[in-house]
Every structure is written in C-alpha cells, then in structure tokens.
Design a protein around this ligand. Structure first.
Ligand code: SAH
Length: 449
C-alpha cells in the first residue's frame, strides 16, 4: 500500500540527499524524492508521482529550514537544469558528497567501515568551468540561455556563475549581432543560429568562441567577429560550426574558422594540450590537477609499466609517462586516441602507446597476448567497468589498481568485484569537480596486500 496520494499536500522532514541531488523524505516508510530540498528541512510538499517503490514530490514551501539552507546565488536556479545543490552551503554540499561515496561503498560494495581519507573541495566554488554551452532559441526575439530541466525551452540567462564572467559579455555581443543582422534562432526545424559554445584555457587565458549554425554561413560574420574581438583580446579563436542535425549534440563535425586559431592551448600538470571545438577535455581545470596529482601519487608509476584503461585523450597516461617505464592507454573513441597520440607527440613523450577499442575486448586480448601491467589505472564512464575487463586486468596481477570514478554506485560494485579477486582497499579520496551539482569524483587505491 502506498501511503500517499498524487496531487495531495504533505508535511515532510527531509533526511538525506539522493545520488541525483534530490532531498529524500520518508512518509510512513515510503520514500519520496523532492528536488531543491535540504536534509533538515521540514517542508510542505505536493506528491507529483507515485511509483511502487518510491514517489516524487515538489517543494511547495519550506516550513522550517535546514541549518544547511542558503539563498541560491543564481536567478535561473530551479528553472535551469544544471545545478541541484545551490540551496545548500558549500560545506554541507561536500559533507553530502562524502556521504554519498561512503554509503555506496558500504551498502553496494559491502565495505562495512569504509571511509574516505579526504574530500577535496574548491576554495572558490564558482566560475570553475572552462567550457560553456548556451542555447539560443525562442520564437520572435531570440533568447540565450540553458534548456529547462528535461525540456527544449530555453531559460534565458545573462551569466552563469559556474563559468567565466566574460561569458556574459560574449552572450551580449552575440545577442547584439543577432538583432542587428536579423539572424533567426534555430527552433529544431528551421532558423539559423543554435547557440554559443565557449572554451577557455586556465593556463594561457585563451578563449575560443564557437557558433553552431544550421547552415554553412552566417550573414555579416565580420560584424560578429568585430564585436567579439572588442569584448577582449583573450578571444583568440572564433569558429563557425556547421550542425544541421536536429538532435541534441550542440556541435556538428565541420568547423570554419572565422577568426584566429583553430585550437587553443592549455596545460594539465605541465603537459600541453591543443583543444579544438570537439576535443574532450576536463571541465574543471583546478580540481583536475588536484585529482590527477593524487591519482599519480597513488599509482606510483616510477619505472613501472602502467595500463591506463578508458584513457580518453591520454591526460592521466601522459602524466604517468613522465616517470613510468611504459604506459599503455586503451580507449573506445578513435578520435580521442588520435588526440592522445598527438598529445604524446607535442609533449615529446615516447613511452606512451594508445590503442582504440572496447576495453572489455582489448584488455583481455592484450593480457592473453603477454602484455604486462605493474600498475592499472581505470577512469571509466558512469556505467563503470565490467567483469571481462576487470578479470583480465586482475590476471596480469598488477601491484596497484587505481580506480578514478565519477559514479559511487558503479565504483562500489567494481571494487567489490576486485575484492573478490584478492584486492584490498588501501585508501580513497573524494574530489568535488562540479560544485553545486550532484556529481562527485572518487579515487581509490587497491593493492594485493
Ligand atoms: N582520463 C580520461 C577521461 C576518461 S572519461 C581523460 O582525462 O581524458 C572515460 C572514457 O572512457 C571516455 O573517453 C570514453 O570514451 C571511454 N570509454 C567508454 N566506454 C569504453 C569502453 N567500453 N572501452 C574503452 N573506453 C571506453
């Protein structure tokens, strides 16, 4: 029996935060998820959906606020789908992220007394993103902003507190141009301009502005370039991106450089990267360096053979290659493997080798073919690794396994699998790569003894 009814109001006490950032209440033992509530709130909620095992609710009014509750600093919060925790102070966000990892490791992994040794937050948890995607939409006067939660309607914003302040000026310049040149917004079927995509380099200050369009040209693009160059001389690259695909990805495959460079340069732990509009690159440069520093410290690659599975563009591989004897990177996306090889080349790294393919096929083949690994680093996507990859990897009997994870649930599952293969947890550290969102990153060291 479900003890609550849809569309009715209830008073609920919120006692925790779910892995997707919603407050969790229990009404007569029935779990209800309520976005934008904080643990410790007593709130009036409306039940919006009831499923067999849990329900969904909507915050109507906070009756008695949690000690963690603060005024969110963003006018688009709760409308824009990006942030989930901005109504909680930063220390409370970090506490909840720590708990999310510890709970997953205890409940899913079965590691009874598991604790993180540290949880590294940001000194200033704002303006950390080096990449922003603003959508342009709206019938009539085009508006620039973000898609509302699970929808294609655009919530207008004139700035985002997670990105560089200069984005506000870039939005302004592009909007001015749109009005002057009479350019239409793309509405999913027709219209021209789809959005504004910006990338910034933390170490060189260079900024790239990419304009995705449903066409091959922009009218009076010289005016746009002029306006953008007037914003700042840090804007060293303006690119038109041809994207006629009605689907969600904001970027198409074809780039036309309207001004300056076709790629900007950034560094991670002293390693140089060239970033084009499509390149995969870590989003939070400050936290990435802290995370990768810890990853390398735990991997202790000096003089060893390292296998970096799910290596992307080879960021961790190239950091490890500085002192390792040899690094082998495995990655499914061919373009990323090409980038990894090129990154090795521009940094003069000769001891890193990258292979394209599915880890679950490639790793077993490599290990059976006699490839060795003293140290294995894994940095899988949210769905985690799998039995084929992990058991093949364990056959190589690496001394150290360093698992970098963006999803505590799959980390816990995979760590349990490794524990069954004779590995023990040595230590684990949490990193907040995305303040104000529900995401948390963990790096875990496992060894044979
Ligand atoms: N450390 C990397 C990022 C890892 S993100 C870097 O800094 O660049 C996870 C990576 O796993 C992505 O690049 C994704 O393309 C890759 N991936 C996803 N599924 C995979 C699979 N089955 N086999 C190999 N790589 C995979």
């Amino acid at each position: 029996m479900i003890p609550v009814e849809k569309s009715k109001l209830y008073t609920a006490r919120i006692d925790s935060v779910s892995s997707d950032g919603n407050g969790v209440a229990r009404l007569d033992g029935y779990t209800v998820f309520v976005p934008y509530t904080a643990p410790g709130d007593t709130a009036l909620i409306e039940i919006t959906d009831t499923k067999q095992r849990f329900g969904l609710g909507r915050l109507i009014e906070v009756i008695s606020p949690s000690a963690d509750r603060i005024e969110a600093r963003c006018g688009a919060y709760e409308k824009c789908g990006g942030c989930r925790l901005m109504h909680m102070d930063y220390a409370a966000q970090l506490r909840e992220k720590r708990e999310a990892v510890e709970n997953a490791m205890r409940r899913i992994g079965g590691f009874k007394d598991f604790e993180l040794s540290s949880m590294t937050g940001m000194e200033n948890p704002f303006r950390y993103r080096n990449k922003m995607i603003f959508q342009i939409g709206g019938a009539g006067e085009p508006v620039c902003g973000f898609y509302a939660h699970s929808s294609r309607s655009v919530v207008p914003v004139d700035d985002c507190l997670l990105g560089d302040k200069i984005n506000g000026e870039i939005i302004q310049a592009v909007t001015e141009y749109i009005k002057e040149a009479g350019v239409s917004a793309y509405d999913g079927r027709s219209g021209l301009i789809r959005g504004i995509f910006t990338r910034a380099s933390a170490h060189t200050g260079e900024i790239m502005v990419v304009i995705p369009v449903n066409g091959r040209a922009l009218p009076e693009s010289g005016v746009l370039v002029k306006k953008l160059r007037a914003v700042s001389d840090k804007i060293v690259s303006v690119i038109l991106n041809v994207n006629k695909n009605p689907g969600a990805p904001v970027l198409g495959n074809k780039n036309i450089t309207l001004f300056g460079k076709s790629a900007i340069t950034d560094y991670i732990l002293g390693i140089k990267f060239e970033i084009s509009p499509q390149s995969f690159f870590q989003i939070n440069p400050i936290q990435t360096e802290k995370l990768y520093e810890k990853t390398i410290a735990l991997a202790a690659p000096d003089g060893k053979t390292v296998m970096d599975i799910y290596c992307g563009i080879g960021t961790i591989s190239l950091c490890a290659a500085k002192t390792a004897e040899k690094v082998i990177g495995v990655e499914i996306v061919e373009r990323a493997v090409k980038d990894a090889r090129r990154n090795a080349e521009i940094n003069g790294v000769k001891n890193a080798f990258f292979y394209a393919g599915e880890a679950e096929k490639l790793v077993p083949r490599m290990i059976r073919g006699g490839e060795r690994a003293d140290v294995v680093i894994l940095d899988p996507p949210r769905k985690g690794s799998d039995a084929a990859t992990l058991s093949a990897m364990a056959e190589a009997a690496p001394e150290r396994v360093v698992y970098v994870s963006c999803n505590p649930a799959t980390l816990a599952r995979d760590a349990k699998f490794l524990a069954e293969m004779g590995y023990f947890i040595n230590e684990a550290h949490g990193f907040d790569m995305f303040p104000h969102t529900e995401h948390v990153e963990t790096v875990l060291l496992m060894t044979k003894n």
